[in-house]
Structure formats: C-alpha cells, structure tokens
Design a protein around this ligand. Structure first.
Ligand SMILES: Cc1ncc(COP(=O)(O)OP(=O)(O)O)c(N)n1
Ligand SMILES: Cc1nc(C(=O)O)sc1CCOP(=O)(O)O
Ligand SMILES: [Mg+2]
Length: 218
C-alpha cells in the first residue's frame, strides 16, 4: 500500500503468510480483489510473458491497479526486479533474484522504507540472505520443478528443511510448485509462509483458492 511507513510495512511483513505473484491480465482488478479477499497478504506484479514483456508504462498501469486493490484490503504491494519502478509507484516491497540488482544498489534507489526480498536456491544463498544487510525477507525454492520458472533446478523440500533447521530470524517463504494439495508437505518441512503463482492465477475461483491456502497457513 503506497504511503505506509517502513515500520508499518515491516509489521505487516512479519505476519504475512501468503504471497501471490501475478502477471498482468484483462481482469487484473477483479482477480486481485478476489485473491485478496481470500487472504493473500502480499501481491507482486511479475509479468514474464514470452516475447512481449510489459513496457514500463504498462507495468506502471498494472501496478496502479494492484496498488488500489492492495489498499482496499490492507495488503502489501510488491514490484519484481526493477528498483526504479518500485520507487515510482511507492511500492512496499521490491523483490530481487540472484541475477537482479545488488541489494545496496537497489537500496540507494528505493531508500529505507520499502522492504527488499531475495530469491535463494541453495543453502549458501539462503544463509547469505538471512544476514545480508538491507534484506528483509527471502524465498527458498523451487520446492518442485515448475513451468512458471522453466529451467530452474529444484532444490526441493530439502532446502526448506535446512532453512527451517537453521533457526533464521528473518521472515522467509517457500516457493515453486506449491498448491493446496502440496502445502501440507511444505508446512511439515518447516515453512510457515509461501509464495504461489499458478495455484491462484490459474484457479477457476481465485478467492476460494486463496482462502484454501490461507486456512492451511493459519
Ligand atoms: C517472492 C518471489 N520469490 C522469488 C521470485 C523469483 O525471482 P527471480 O529469481 O529473480 O526470478 P524472476 O521472478 O525475476 O523471473 C520472485 N519473483 N518473487
Ligand atoms: C517465480 C518463481 N521463482 C522461483 C524460485 O525458486 O525462486 S519458483 C517460481 C515460480 C513459482 O510458480 P508456481 O507457483 O506457479 O510454481
Ligand atoms: Mg528477478
């Protein structure tokens, strides 16, 4: 939600359990409202369609729609990859992968208020993200190979177990191939927060799909 203080964003991150990444879509406002009504805590615009990536203006327009939906539901708005866009829309969250901007560089652009998240794919990366200055949360995955991120090898639930056993203080999320049926395994491996794409974006009833996941997450 644009305009939240850094303290408020961090408080909401602490209690966040369900994080949704979605591409742009014709029904974006209705879809986001449904997912948020079902209990999504953070919504990220992640549009990686083959051959026709969003232009910056289109990304801004989609983010405006998501910002309004997040404000209606008290959820956090996340931008993927681009610190300049995160600053432009006053996003609450900037998510950076291993090949994206280094965190100190992104911090110089977005300032201290938004939280910054990192993707991690092995124990060393997770350990680094759990202590790296300027990082507020991280994600571990993929838990299962996923067509949403083709070509990314899956460390599986072993990485979730190792991260849980490390007793890390920072919030962290499991990601990759998670849906309502697999969620019990992810929770049993020690995660308490998850990121999903298809489990909600491809659901016939996104509100019910989000509610089903959120109920299991507690
Ligand atoms: C919340 C969240 N976790 C992981 C990712 C993946 O980031 P990255 O590895 O940079 O890959 P792309 O999403 O940019 O293709 C994410 N976006 N969000
Ligand atoms: C965007 C992304 N990042 C991953 C990582 O491991 O960092 S896995 C992934 C895709 C997750 O999509 P779905 O829920 O549809 O499997
Ligand atoms: Mg990225």
């Amino acid at each position: 939600m644009p305009g939240l203080s850094g303290d408020e964003i961090r408080k909401r991150l602490d209690v966040a359990r369900l994080y949704l990444c979605t591409g742009d879509r014709p029904d974006l406002a209705e879809f986001a409202d449904a997912a948020l009504a079902g209990g999504v805590d953070i919504v990220q615009l992640r549009d990686k369609r083959e051959g026709a990536p969003l232009e910056a203006r289109q990304e801004l327009a989609a983010l405006e729609i998501l910002a309004e939906a997040c404000a209606r539901h008290g959820a956090l708005l996340a931008v993927n990859d681009r610190a300049d866009i995160a600053l432009a829309v006053e996003a609450d969250v900037l998510h950076l992968g291993q090949d994206d901007l280094p965190v100190p560089v992104a911090r110089r652009i977005v300032g201290e208020e938004p939280v910054i998240g990192r993707s991690t794919h092995d124990v060393d990366q997770a350990r680094a993200a759990s202590v790296e200055a300027g990082v507020d949360y991280f994600c571990t995955g993929p838990c299962w190979p996923t067509p949403t991120k083709p070509g990314r090898p899956a460390p599986g639930l072993e990485l979730v177990r190792a991260t849980a056993e490390s007793g890390v203080a920072r919030p962290w999320f499991a990601i990759g191939g998670i849906d309502g049926e697999r969620l019990p395994e992810v929770l049993a491996a020690g995660a308490s927060r998850v990121v999903v794409v298809r489990a909600i974006t491809e659901a016939a009833d996104p509100e019910a799909a989000a509610r089903g996941l959120r109920t299991q997450l507690g």
